[in-house]
Design a protein around this ligand. Sequence first.
Ligand code: ATP
Ligand code: MG
Length: 350
Amino acid sequence: MPLIAVLPGDGIGPEVTREARRVLEALALGLDFAEAPVGGAAYLVTGRPLPQETLDLAKKADAVLFGAIGDPRFEALERRLRPEAALLGLRRELQLFANIRPATLFPALADASPLKPERVAGLDLVIVRELVGDVYFGEKGRRHDAEGLRQGFDIMSYNEAEVERIARVGFEMAKRRRKKLCSVDKANVLETSQLWRDVVNELATEYPEVQLTHMYVDNAAMQLVRAPAAFDVIVTGNLFGDILSDQASMCAGSIGMLPSASLRAWSGDNGMYEPIHGSAPDIAGTGKANPCAAILSAAMLLRHSLGNEDAAQTVEAAVAAALAAGARTADLGGSLSTTEMGDAVLRELA
Ligand code: ATP
Ligand code: MG
């Protein structure tokens, strides 16, 4: 029986994760669940944001369903004790190098997007972002330059193996979708991007069925606003992916709708699934949180870690049907509570 590690975390994390777990249980797939504290919740009971038992459970499990972390009470702690340190620890220990962020517009929410309805109609794209390399992890520092001026630097680098493994995730994802892969770089200026482009082109020979295009990141930013529905899968590095995935998520309306996956292999072995939103301390405990991002993260778990595409689509269809029937939490202009929104999705599942 597949084991799902449930790490609810802080703030609204436990509230939305509860609904996602209810949905997974309702599918009656014979999943085993085990819960463990993480973030501020773990610091409170163990003095550490990522206790060894939590890490062991996450490593042992077939997939991790993660809520959110962050607690204003612990912001003054040293960095390694802050709730956020748990997320970096999990990414490192589980070797989660691929971050997958779909941006889909549910037809019932067309009016929630800041873009014109005709621009976002049919929006259904996935950004595959490299998560453990690039300028974030290269050598960095401060010094004085030849003129004695203060200077800061961050080295951007990728080797061919790092590019190949993330590109493969992009190709595999595209192969299972509309078969269009857009690789985003800045190859007109950056040496890193020229290597990136070479490696992606070499790998393309293994995927003749996928239509590959290359786009400079500045153009990609423009096209995401002009015609976001034209994209299928975008694969890009850590820095460009950070920016583009936030940009794309706006097209889809509320932050409470957006799921994500972090993978260590394209097959989803041991992946971690979480809403893109944070712990939202401003609404924690009020019952206002939208659980859809967490529920849709559970759908991604079914798709990528359990290989159950049918069950994933069933969950996504139930969310779409609940929205079409008018179910709305406060962020979507409605008045349903977190649990009531979960109930609405469960009704459509039944
Ligand atoms: P982090 O630093 O962890 O990314 P943050 O403080 O930047 O978190 P969030 O915690 O995501 O951001 O909250 C941003 C805003 O969005 C807040 O006003 C919050 O109430 C709202 N929000 C976040 N998630 C949800 C949700 N699921 N439902 C409704 N509102 C949400
Ligand atoms: Mg925050």
